[in-house]
Write a protein that binds this ligand. Structure first.
Ligand code: HPA
Length: 243
């Protein structure tokens, strides 16, 4: 199992048994993530008896990385014989039912980054329905962990959306963020089963905010949701069946 930790979300894995920590700079094939909330280390962990590789540090197109560089962690995981990828991210809530702190499992991704791993064009929308995804949602609900579902809109960033963009993207999806899509494209190419989990760190409405949204606010909200994210990841890992 491999997990890519989104902004501020790596703390969720500190409670797992950490078998080893490898700083990214000791792995020459990996660039350095330059954004606050990404700490540039690989954690080899034991989550519920399953060895899980956690990439605590992600790369974004808005940092200037190509989709190919962004997906090196996925390629490394595939090389290690991993069969599944959980991509976590901090996301804005576009749908009016979403609240800060909600966990949303994506059923599809719309690629609005204008970058793609597989083509020079915008890239196709991705459907994410799998038996593993359904089992994870079912078990989470049985365990009393509320889960939302929806379409994740991947945008280039780094700026947050204007009111006009919020109105536009609301027609397209439920959550919005600046990552994940290229990792999931790579997972499809490398035969890793994907699961995309967003933590809603802010809600987007079409009325002006008093203060502009900041990365700091996003980080604070993602760190708050650590224990619920950890529970969901444990459920996902224990319900995964590699056959
Ligand atoms: N927009 C884009 N990316 C994000 C947001 C947002 O509102 N929140 C967290 N990542």
């Amino acid at each position: 199992m491999c997990i890519i930790a989104g902004s501020g979300l790596a703390n969720a894995f500190e409670h797992a048994t950490v078998i080893a920590r490898i700083p990214y700079h000791e792995l020459p094939c990996l660039p350095q993530a330059g954004i606050a909330g990404h700490r540039n280390e690989v954690l080899i962990t034991d989550i519920g008896g399953n060895v899980t590789v956690v990439f605590a540090g992600r790369f974004h197109v808005y940092e200037g990385y190509s989709p190919l560089l962004i997906t090196i962690p996925v390629a490394l995981a595939a090389r290690l014989g991993v069969h599944a990828l959980i991509a976590t991210n901090a996301a804005g809530g576009l749908h009016t039912r979403l609240r800060v702190g909600d966990l949303v499992i994506a059923d599809s991704i719309v690629n609005m980054t204008y970058r793609s791993l597989t083509s020079s064009a915008r890239g196709n929308a991705i459907e994410l329905c799998s038996p593993w995804r359904s089992r994870t949602i079912e078990h989470a609900i049985i365990r009393g962990l509320p889960i939302q579902e929806g379409t994740y809109v991947a945008v280039h960033g780094p700026s947050y959306e204007t009111l006009a963009e919020v109105r536009f993207y609301r027609r397209v999806g439920d959550t919005i963020g600046m990552s994940t899509v290229h990792e999931i494209e790579a997972a499809a190419l490398l035969d890793l089963q994907p699961l995309v989990v967003s933590v809603v760190t802010n809600v987007l409405t079409d009325v002006p905010r008093r203060h502009p949204l900041t990365h700091h606010e996003v980080l604070a909200a993602s760190q708050e949701s650590g224990s619920r994210l950890r529970q969901l990841i444990e459920i996902a890992i224990t319900t995964f069946d590699a056959r």
